[in-house]
Design a protein around this ligand. Sequence first.
Ligand SMILES: NC(=O)C1=CN([C@@H]2O[C@H](COP(=O)(O)OP(=O)(O)OC[C@H]3O[C@@H](n4cnc5c(N)ncnc54)[C@H](OP(=O)(O)O)[C@@H]3O)[C@@H](O)[C@H]2O)C=CC1
Ligand SMILES: C[C@H]1O[C@H](OP(=O)(O)OP(=O)(O)OC[C@H]2O[C@@H](n3cnc4c(=O)[nH]c(N)nc43)[C@H](O)[C@@H]2O)[C@@H](O)[C@@H](O)C1=O
Length: 326
Amino acid sequence: MGSQDNNAALSSNSFLPHKSSKVFVAGHRGLVGAAIVRKLTQVGFTNLVLRTHAELDLTRQSDVEAFFVSEKPEFVIVAAAKVGGIHANNTYPADFIAINLQIQTNVIDSAYRNGTKKLLFLGSSCIYPKFAPQPIPEDALLTGPLEPTNEWYAIAKIAGIKMCQAYRIQYKWDAISGMPTNLYGPYDNFHPENSHVLPALMRRFHEAKVKGAKEVVVWGTGSPLREFMHVDDLADAVIFMMEKYSGLEHLNVGSGKEVTIKELAELMKEVVGFEGDLVWDSTKPDGTPRKLMDSSKLASLGWTPKVSLKDGLADTYKWYLENVNL
Ligand SMILES: NC(=O)C1=CN([C@@H]2O[C@H](COP(=O)(O)OP(=O)(O)OC[C@H]3O[C@@H](n4cnc5c(N)ncnc54)[C@H](OP(=O)(O)O)[C@@H]3O)[C@@H](O)[C@H]2O)C=CC1
Ligand SMILES: C[C@H]1O[C@H](OP(=O)(O)OP(=O)(O)OC[C@H]2O[C@@H](n3cnc4c(=O)[nH]c(N)nc43)[C@H](O)[C@@H]2O)[C@@H](O)[C@@H](O)C1=O
């Protein structure tokens, strides 16, 4: 970022010592937002401001402005977004670009205008070019064409990063961005078509086991590689970044471990206890062949993930059995 890097110009907005500060977690009932609320509560924050989608539609600019004028949160974490897996991204491109641009633009601008001290925006590893070098460093952004199945979502997320950077540069405002890898855990979306691969397979294997089915259909060829991280690790990283990071560049947040979709399916089969066969539906898209992120910048600041994929899957399946499969 060269001469535009204004890190030094920013005063540090220390986060953790101020447990009674007002913190707005946008999207607190989703996979990520719920994990951030759990973590904030666990470390002692007492003044969280939360609104459901029904209470505050973040695509509505005047409602978002009125909320910020009245609540004036000191810290904001943007975990509200239109989110989905490869099928949803491919099927609803207008929703993925429009809703995400609206939510993030409204929240970032209103937060700045109403005195928020620090804001963290969450993007996704899909911002990088389809054939980025692996592991993908932060500076691979905007160096090549995007993966077509999620370019609409990726463009919105890139705009979010750039908006945080622009407000930093022009207003010396402490807006930062984190780019998580593929996440999973409690409160994930288990929709059969619109979810991400991990919750989709958990549900499909579970239902097949219960019905005594002989086979389960898995999309694509099984060869794409994905890096998965438990959402509790992401929540820990979010709080770490709120406390320690104040820079122009977005930071990758990954587990550093990748598996093929075939390996994930085999592991899921074992965790769920399904004993039938896997059948591959190669009419479904594979998406990007590989997207392992280089998260060494965050590691160099002192953060590392803790949850292994095997433990994370077992924990999530336990949650699924207790909460979804009623
Ligand atoms: N899941 C993943 O694998 C990854 C997620 N991320 C990022 O993390 C963030 C959160 O994702 P995740 O938790 O998985 O998504 P979820 O779909 O689980 O949660 C999103 C939340 O945003 C809320 N929301 C959506 N639209 C609106 C709106 N118009 N007004 C108010 N609230 C709204 C949803 O409420 P409701 O359900 O009621 O609409 C929901 O609570 C996103 O920015 C995403 O890009 C990044 C990388 C990977
Ligand atoms: C986080 C990230 O998530 C999305 O990208 P993605 O990583 O391609 O997401 P996915 O989890 O949906 O698929 C991963 C792989 O898994 C295969 N696959 C097998 N069987 C099922 C299946 O049953 N469902 C799904 N969804 N995929 C399946 C699928 O064919 C693909 O090869 C972005 O759109 C964007 O939202 C984003 O940023």
